[in-house]
Write a protein that binds this ligand. Structure first.
Ligand code: DQA
Length: 142
């Protein structure tokens, strides 16, 4: 089974970006982990990151067209992007929402709402990069 692991803005700087919140694993390390974790679960994992909302919408539309399951960390778009919401609403296969931190426990109120959650079969937050492994396990078990 093919799976898309899609990452939104600023996640390309993982490891250097606020390590006290997001940890020290780099984006390249995360991507390699996801491919290896997926292989262990029999999944063919394609990991991508973009800072451009339209690119993310294109990738979600691609997943909708091919009925590909998705692990999505929409980063800041999680909290306000109706374009991402509309794209998630069109998905045919399961979507798992992932966050490295737990946005609902963070002080900024704008992080407490997610436009993705209504379309997700599960939300995994606050587990660090391990959350991606858990998300792949959810998809593999379905
Ligand atoms: C994040 C949480 C979001 O609030 C934030 O904007 C991010 C990363 C996370 O993985 O913890 O960019 O999605």
């Amino acid at each position: 089974m093919r799976v898309l692991v899609l990452n939104g803005p600023n996640l390309g700087r993982l490891g250097r970006r606020q390590p006290e919140i997001y940890g020290t694993t780099t984006y390249d390390e995360l991507a390699a982990h996801c491919v290896a974790w997926g292989a262990d679960l029999g999944l063919d994992v394609d990991v991508r990151q973009t800072n451009h909302e339209g690119v993310m919408v294109d990738w979600l539309n691609e997943a909708a067209d091919a009925a590909t399951p998705v692990v999505l960390n929409a980063a800041a778009w999680t909290h306000y992007s109706y374009a991402v919401l509309d794209a998630c609403a069109q998905l045919e296969a399961p979507l798992v929402e992932v966050h490295i931190s737990d946005p609902r426990q963070r002080p900024e109120e704008f992080r407490h709402h997610s436009v993705v959650t209504p379309y997700a079969v599960e939300v995994i937050a606050g587990q660090g990069v391990e959350g991606y492994r858990m998300a792949l396990e959810v998809l593999a078990s379905r």
